[in-house]
Design a protein around this ligand. Sequence first.
Ligand code: ADP
Ligand code: ZN
Length: 758
Amino acid sequence: MTASASAGRPRLVEVALPLPLLQTFTYAVPETTRHPIVPGSRVVVPVRNGRTIGFCVGESDGVSLGDTVPKAILDVPDAEPSLRADLLALCRWISEYHVVPLGLVCRAVLPGPLGLAARPAPEGRTERLLVIAQELPTLLERDAAFKRAPQQRQLYELLEQLGGRAPVPLLLQRLGCTSSVVAGLLKRGLVREEREGRSRDPFASRPAGQAAQVTPSAAQRAAIDAILAGAPGAAFLLHGITGSGKTLVYLQVLEQVVRKEGKSAIVLVPEIALTPQAVDRFRAVFGDEVAVLHSGLSDGERLDAWRALRRGEKRIAVGARSAVFAPLANLGAIIVDEEHEASYKQAETPRYHARDVALIRAREAGARCVLGSATPSLESWKNAQDGRLTLLSLPERVGGGRLPAVRVLDLRQELRASTPDERARRQVISAALEHGLRERLARGEQSILLLNRRGYASFVQCADGHVASCPNCSISLTYHRTPERLVCHYCLHQEAAGRACGDCGAPMERQRGLGTQQVERLLVERLPEARIARMDVDTTTGKWAHTTILDRVGSGEVDVLLGTQMIAKGLDFPNVTLVGVIDADVGINLPDFRASERTFQLLSQVAGRAGRGPKGGEVVIQTRVPGHHAVRHAAAHDFLGFVAEEMASRESPPYPPTLRLANVVVSGLDEVAVADFARHVTEWLVGAESRFSLGVTVLGPAPCPIERIKTRFRWHTILKSVHAAPLTRLIRGLMTGVEVPGAGEMRLVVDRDPVSLL
Ligand code: ADP
Ligand code: ZN
């Protein structure tokens, strides 16, 4: 019995609840509980008419209670705290920095079922899958088979597109047909049904591959030694060009940390589905010690993996951003591969950046942290320059490989050189690119074609490549239809959507996006003998569609892989000798200060897919702005040149990493109300800034470049600050001081260190 209990007063604890309120709540601990309550314990508590899972975050003196009688905790479900001290501290940091309720952070950090008051769903929850049972390889057979069943044909073809296996609900929804169509196909034996249960984790069944016996190069050796010699908590930026063998460095660091020192480690990759090869390499070396945390796991599988890590049965967690919270004790290393990737930032509350969390967690745990990339983010580059990260370089490709030659193809010249009836198609696939594709086909080599997805924001551009941009912000202006005008989404500068280009007088045209399907059709027409695989959001809806497509490329069943950004990363196919970028300008013109950086990264990454084998490789970049620094430096494989130019441009007007940003976004269903509230929020921010002189610049409000998402209108205000602390203070003041009108329909969200301002 504790002292306070003996004095007649119950023990009180502070509980963080997953509610949109920044404070914690005081609860009384009953005399007997199923398990002890310590900081990090999950507790079931009464709220309003129901109950919810909260997290004990510490003892309470009850002062804030006043006269109210605290409610009692109902249950303590776990014998041990779900969040050990280190993870609870990490949650606190995220909660404070991003100004998000601690309870929401705690819940986000744990596997889904642990955030629910009800018991986790029993195992064996299955999904109905349809699988092709009988292949109909020729068109003729197919026409015969589906003569009187056009819907069955559609469904069968969709199933084929999705890699021959897909969930039934998805198929029905995509085609808008009823399950009778499925029944028809089943009856004819063309497809069969499977239930996907626990054992379908493809990483569990996938052969791990052979651990290649390679000797590190001198540069790899130097990087490995430097990392291992680092003090506890030391952090490194491993800048290694594409194909320089960064993975081997990671593997050897883990050998030492996990095998020799007996510690645990976390490996973060941008997206598991897109990087099966990298994951295979870790499994090849560490086998069963690796837990692969990926989005395809069922709740039960995720919980199993979490428990195995927690108990120390597995000591390496490999996964996307949330794996940074893997419950590993005795952490020896955290690796963040492709550290520049925007997907490390969580797009919803809590909007943490896994790279930053990794640095903090490693520092607190005394673990080594390695951020790796061929094209480091400007933030990390600056951290390296300022000495917060130790810079390590792998300047050459391993195994005698060389970076591919890059040809920048000027689409304006292509236009002039084409006959009128060639023009449209030559602006998509130039004569040189088509020639390159034909050569590869003839030689039995493979090609990759990148079609950058156009952002939702539209801009205007003349045939010469000039784009209307803001005189204040060096950001391209966004075209708005009603009323027709061009708007800067940073400072609200507006101008008429003029007909002529200010630079050359040519007419300005609104840019409309080209789809992967259109490009695919053109390819089929021009290269009928080529085996083409398309990889975009439409062909990768099935959980394992990415892996299936990539495996087909790896085994040589595909001649041309055409895809969006998702094909640019991490692929290591030695037989790919040509990479084509259909339109490099797409990303450059997004109204975002990182547009050039992202384009440079994308071009460098995709160029790095070519020439990874002894046959070498070639890259063709199609563009209307061959002189743009993102294109020029990517073509020259010159990261340092790009960084020098881009870093200078971030100084005036100032953008990160010169200073820090927060994006305050208001959204709601009523356009006028949203604009009004955005103005109110901005006035509040300006008022607070002038009262407290925090040194924060308030810009806005303006409609977001993507004005409307899912029927919600969006406005934003941008905050700029050299220092972090005043920005935290201002955001905290805003979130506690401004009441959001509109009965829950209107939202006020602050995105700190945003990776996109769209
Ligand atoms: P990166 O991630 O830097 O682009 P990878 O780690 O994918 O490069 O390595 C590229 C290829 O080089 C892989 O096939 C890898 O097995 C191989 N490789 C790595 N290090 C060496 C080495 N020292 N000698 C020979 N081949 C190597
Ligand atoms: Zn502007």
